[in-house]
Write a protein that binds this ligand. Structure first.
Ligand code: BGC
Length: 750
């Protein structure tokens, strides 16, 4: 029997962050750089300083903005991706502006640049920070080859509402998982040193609370009280700051009446004073000017004033700084010291990136879609797919399967399988499920392709009969459904999360054939798929798996790799259950799960005859799939849970061990999860909180002892006095395959 102990993510969050901090990736002031910043700042006029705080997205030719660059009126450009143009405009900045300050070139490189990895929500489903870091590294290498040195990722907004289209871009509902994945992305983008020409500055966004938009409607207001902010929404951002994330972006929403771009509490009190952050803060797109629409500022001038005084360093595209800051400084409404601080933060980043030494990009690099990048994207996609159901061992396909009907609008959808926030990936490079199956398994199996529907929203049922006919001629039916990429992402919220168009009818018709039905779902969010799951024999949830999604899914279907993904977010049965997340607080009347549901309620039942617990009469209490859920082709047994010491001091470390056995007939990898509950506190505490996880590969029949070390300090929370403390008392602890199952024990902090 072997003992495994992951060096990265079972020793707790602080250890992970410290690993990242020990690398010279962006924080920790370098005295030479500080000297250079001060020298340069000393030479700058007020308009030149304000120019550095201005970011533009040019829509025309470079000539149109060259004049402004020459005058020192622009500090950064976004969305310039042609390396020749980057060099051309950089030359103007460096050789023709008075002080020769290079531009910072930026782009949304969210889950890949050319080689597209699974959407971030899919990456979170891997529970594998290393593959996530590798993905960000690939993205940085490809993007920097086009001159991009700053990306607007990771997005680490806690997302508990799948109606919100941007859940696709998040790491899901959990603060711990989002912290680990956010740090992994920062490390991948920024590499070992920002100064490396393949490193790109990361941006922790959106600070703060954007994922809690009321009703899941994008840009909507949030109402997050300070304690919840600190316990749930801040942790991934604090982790990113401590890991050296070079920049932060404010969010669009107003929280409790204050838009983030004008929020002194989050930008000054918390980010600068509590977390000691010395990176750069940028607004979101036009969010300074949007404070006028919010009704928070009467005009542009006031918007510029409130942003800068709240702690914004750079403004994305609003143009209010360039138009009003000089006057505001002259009027004494903004001090020059405030402007100097903002400019220091910008210049420091430019020095850290090495832009003053070499602002130009080598236009002769051939790194896009490199074979090793595609291999990493395939590995990430394999690990991101979640097996939700597998009745009668329908999967993996065995040698007995000779003919497969391949059906559905996502089976051969090279654009859509890349998902949202793809500006630069090209569909010509995407390998779809259909192409991959034919190429990789076409010598053994006959594939009959009959899509049935043209695209996910297609309501035309005219071709479903052709798909049914293909199904009747096959040994098994593979139906690929889901969402087109345009149905998730920014401003793409939905109020109904059922499969769009006639996809449900397609699945129902295929199920009627009686052939084994395997459903693959590619989507940007958890959809309400109870009916489709019931109709299918096996279900793989692939999110939008990216460029290499096809080969990854093909190998999963044929068992070359066993599924190992786990849900990074709770899957609701019905939209009306939202928000539904595992780490909720208890009510005074928790659901018993024995409640009478709507169809069983007797006529004219007495008002209190059903009991008085917290549940829905139509949906019950439980979601469709809990957080952390996912099957494999094999099965895993958990036993022998032990704590080295069940009474701990506040500075102690809990040592946990248990045996994990592969009890099935395939090799596989299990994501084991560690949860803790503080049974009571000065404020109510979540019923469970994730505190650790590991991917454990096991051969069939193999058994390993798995260990976790949990420092007691990681049990701290923001208490009734708004202090972050560990309150002594009893704790429950679980290790298991999801947030809903596991071995349980207790321990005490004294
Ligand atoms: C989004 C940001 C993005 C920015 C720049 C905004 O609309 O909210 O996440 O980085 O645009 O493209």
């Amino acid at each position: 029997m072997k003992t495994v102990r992951s060096t990265i993510f079972n020793t707790g969050l602080m250890a992970l962050i410290l690993t990242a901090c020990s690398q010279p990736s962006g924080t920790g002031k370098d005295s030479l750089i500080e000297k250079q910043v001060e020298e340069l700042l000393g030479k700058m006029t007020l308009p030149e300083k304000i120019g550095q705080m201005n970011q533009l997205s040019p829509f025309g030719s470079m000539d149109e903005i060259a004049g402004q660059v020459r005058q020192g009126e622009i500090g950064s450009l976004l969305n310039v991706t042609d390396p020749e143009k980057v060099n051309e405009i950089q030359k103007v900045a460096v050789e023709e502006s008075r002080l020769g300050i290079p531009l910072l070139i930026s782009r949304d490189v969210i889950h890949g640049y050319k080689t597209i990895f699974p959407i971030p929500l899919g990456q979170a489903a891997t529970f594998n920070p290393q593959i996530v870091e590798d993905g960000a590294r690939v993205a940085a290498i490809e993007a920097s080859a086009d001159g991009i040195r700053w990306t607007f990722a990771p997005m680490i907004d806690i997302s508990r509402d799948p109606r919100w289209g941007r859940i696709a871009e998040s790491c899901g509902e959990d603060p711990y998982l989002s912290s680990i994945m956010g740090v992994a992305m920062v490390k991948g983008f920024q590499g070992d040193s920002l100064n490396d020409p393949t490193s790109i500055a990361a941006c922790a966004k959106h600070f703060i609370g954007y994922g809690a938009a009321e009703g899941g409607r994008d840009y909507n207001s949030t109402f997050i009280p300070e304690r919840q902010m600190r316990n749930v929404y801040f942790p991934p951002f604090e982790a990113a700051a401590k890991a050296g994330c070079a920049t932060f972006m404010t969010s669009f929403n107003d929280n409790d009446g204050v838009p983030s771009t004008g929020n002194t509490f989050i930008l000054k009190d918390v980010l600068r004073n509590e977390w000691k952050y010395d990176g750069m803060v940028v607004t979101d797109w036009a969010s300074t000017a949007e404070m006028i629409s919010h009704g928070f500022c009467k005009d542009e001038k006031e918007a510029a004033l409130k942003s800068v005084n709240a702690g914004i360093d750079m403004e994305m595209v609003s143009g209010t700084f360039i138009r009003h800051l000089e006057e505001l400084v002259k009027d004494g409404e903004i001090s020059e010291a405030t402007i100097n601080n903002a400019v220091r933060n910008i210049l420091r980043l430019k020095f850290r990136l090495g832009l003053f030494d070499n602002p130009y990009v080598n236009t002769d690099q051939h790194v896009k879609y490199a074979p090793e990048h595609l291999a990493k994207a395939k590995e990430a996609a394999e690990q991101s797919v979640i097996l939700l159901k597998n009745n009668r061992k329908t999967l993996p396909f065995t040698d007995k399967i000779r003919t497969i009907a391949v059906v559905g609008p996502l089976a051969d959808a090279p654009h859509d399988q890349m998902g949202t926030w793809v500006f630069d990936g090209e569909k010509a490079h995407t390998q779809t499920v259909l192409t991959a199956l034919k190429e990789m398994y076409g010598d053994k199996v006959q594939f009959i392709y009959e899509p049935g529907l043209g695209y996910s929203r297609d309501k035309n049922t005219g071709n479903i009969s052709k798909a049914v006919s293909a199904a009747t001629r096959a040994d098994v039916v593979l139906v690929c459904v889901g969402e087109e990429s345009i149905l998730s992402g920014e401003a793409h919220s939905l109020a109904d999360l059922h499969l769009q168009g006639a996809q449900n009818e397609l699945i129902a018709a295929l199920a009627k054939t009686g052939k084994p039905l395997v459903t693959v779902i590619m989507a940007g969010r958890p959809l309400t798929i109870e009916q489709e799951v019931n109709l299918s024999d096996a279900v793989l949830y692939a999110f939008h798996p990216g460029t290499m999604g096809g080969p990854a899914i093909a190998d999963l279907l044929f068992g070359k790799v066993a599924p190992s993904g786990k849900t990074p977010v709770t899957f609701p049965k019905m939209v009306g259950q939202i928000p539904v997340y595992y780490a909720h607080n208890n009510t005074g009347r928790p659901a018993s799960r024995q409640e009478t549901l709507i169809d069983a309620i007797p006529l004219e039942a007495g008002q209190t005859s059903l009991g008085c617990t917290s549940f829905y009469m139509d949906a019950g209490f439980d979601p469709l799939f809990p957080f952390g859920y996912g099957l494999s082709y094999t099965t895993f047994g958990y036993d022998n849970l032990q704590l080295a010491n069940d009474k701990l001091a506040a500075n102690g470390t809990l040592e946990i061990s248990f045996d994990l056995t592969n009890t099935g007939k395939y090799d596989g990898t299990e994501v084991v999860q560690l949860y803790v509950q503080d049974t009571f506190g000065s404020v109510t505490r979540p019923v469970k909180e994730l505190k650790g996880f590991q991917r454990v590969p096991l051969k069939q029949g193999e058994k390993k002892t798995v260990t976790f070390s949990l420092p007691v300090e990681e049990l701290a929370f923001w208490n009734i006095d708004m202090q972050k403390v560990v309150e002594p008392g009893e704790f429950n602890l679980w290790v298991g395959p999801s947030s809903a199952e596991g071995l349980q024990t207790t321990f005490t902090v004294e």
